[in-house]
Design a protein around this ligand. Structure first.
Ligand SMILES: Nc1ncnc2c1ncn2[C@@H]1O[C@H](COP(=O)(O)OP(=O)(O)OP(=O)(O)O)[C@@H](O)[C@H]1O
Ligand SMILES: [Mg+2]
Length: 252
């Protein structure tokens, strides 16, 4: 399964992506965590120190030039070796599946070079990451609908749309869902973050069905000034329950 996490800025996309990766790996699945956001925070959310987070692929002009070419762009670059070669592995407990972090960067993070070439490479890498049996690919997207507009995530199987319980946030969620549906991505689930109980939602066209609500997490609020990680919280049971609900909503 290959899932992407979309929604308005600051709603909890990166946190949910890290939680989902942690949850699935504790169930023994091997997880690829793909950071496709310019702010590059998925590694930190998973507990990696800044020096352990690799430079984003989108900013690696040498690789972009080598694979995509300058001048006439290759539309079918060879990229199969890139995830393995450029990812870092997160520590794991006995019995836990692997978690590998691939930092791609956002679509506009093409260094001084051409953002179109960097975007073509990101798209090719995402398309090449066909998840095998017992393997999951989780893609943390940039806020808003940019990636969906550019079709970067055309090859994912499911979209997790994260929103706060507010009209503005839900409007972005509905727009992301609409664009994804136009790309043929019909398998979608809505997660309301910082929301204690399922509310009556405004009638926004295209809003995906509500799969889970996650309340404000005191344990996270209490430590996030000093710690970038969102893992190992006292509220892990609630987080796990939300992850299970998302999986069930998308794949049953
Ligand atoms: N349920 C929650 N309770 C308390 N704090 C939360 C909760 N969910 C997320 N946060 C905190 O809110 C902040 C924003 O979360 P996060 O970075 O996951 O959002 P995002 O949607 O990925 O943001 P961006 O659009 O900048 O990428 C973080 O500091 C995170 O620790
Ligand atoms: Mg984020």
């Amino acid at each position: 399964m290959k899932l992407a996490f979309a929604g308005k800025g600051g709603v909890g996309k990166t946190s949910l992506c890290a939680w989902m990766g942690d949850h699935l790996s504790r169930r023994g699945l091997d997880v690829w965590l793909v950071d496709a956001d310019t702010s590059l925070s998925l590694g930190a959310a998973c507990g990696l120190p800044p020096e352990a987070v690799p430079a984003p692929l989108a900013a690696r002009e040498d690789i972009v030039r080598e694979r995509i070419g300058s001048g006439i762009m290759s539309l079918t670059p060879f990229v199969d070796d890139l995830p393995e070669g450029l990812s870092v592995e997160l520590p794991r407990a006995p019995g836990q599946g692997r978690r590998r972090l691939l930092v791609m960067g956002g679509v506009d993070a093409g260094g001084g070079g051409c953002a179109c070439a960097a975007n073509a490479l990101l798209k090719a890498v995402l398309a090449s990451m066909i998840s095998g049996r017992g393997e999951v690919v989780l893609v943390d997207l940039e806020a808003g609908v940019e990636h969906l507009g550019r079709g970067t995530v055309a090859d994912v199987d499911g979209l997790v749309v994260v929103s706060e319980p507010s009209l503005r946030s839900l409007r972005t969620a509905a727009e992301a869902a609409r664009m994804a549906r136009e790309l043929g991505l019909a398998r979608q689930a809505l997660v309301l973050n910082r929301c204690s109980a399922a509310p009556q939602l405004p009638p926004l066209e295209c809003l995906p069905p509500l799969a889970a609500c996650l309340p404000p997490l005191e344990g996270l609020a209490a430590r996030q000034l000093w710690d970038g990680s969102v893992l190992g919280l006292p509220e892990r049971a609630a987080v796990d329950a939300a992850c299970l609900a998302v999986e069930a909503a998308l794949f049953t």
